[in-house]
Design a protein around this ligand. Sequence first.
Ligand code: IMP
Ligand code: MG
Length: 185
Amino acid sequence: MINRRGAEKLTKRFIKNFHVLHTNEQIRKRIKEVSEEINNYYKAKTDHIIAICVLKGAVHFYSELMLNIDIDVIYSFVHVSSYSGSESTGKIRVNYWIDRSITDEYVLIVEDILDTGSTLSYIIKYLNRHSPKDLKVATLYHKVKKSSIKADFVGFEIDDEFVLGYGLDYNEKFRNLPYVGYIEK
Ligand code: IMP
Ligand code: MG
């Protein structure tokens, strides 16, 4: 696995002022802790959940998180987009929506990052129309000062900085960096 210094060198070739925020090891360690919170929450309530991955950014978080969940998980995916470059456009476009009923089910939404919270509010509003028994949110990152809503399970709380890697993109690039970095202002 690439170390912090190596990672910075590699990425500086693409973007100036880029710094590693969390290494792959740190991310996976934290995801394991979050998955324990999630396991504890559902344990006494249900033997299965429907976990909805919010594409594309949550893909790596979702995959790692699910491998650590110890009840049955039915996988489901939605694909929505609101960002252009490093600015939220405020308009949400639905490219792909869930393919099964969530009525009376325990549902966990898995997001990459909560920024203004508008994407998540939109998703929650539409899912609630189908009356799930329980609806919870897990997010890898949460920009605490900026977002209007809270997640139930949070990987890392961060300031208002633009982060990328481990699924998070800048104009569709950098998703496949195994670590997360931020762009210094
Ligand atoms: P929101 O609707 O403002 O909460 O934005 C949420 C979506 O915008 C996330 O699911 C990400 O896809 C994207 N996004 C927000 N902040 C960042 C960031 O710092 N880096 C990369 N993508 C981001
Ligand atoms: Mg995005």
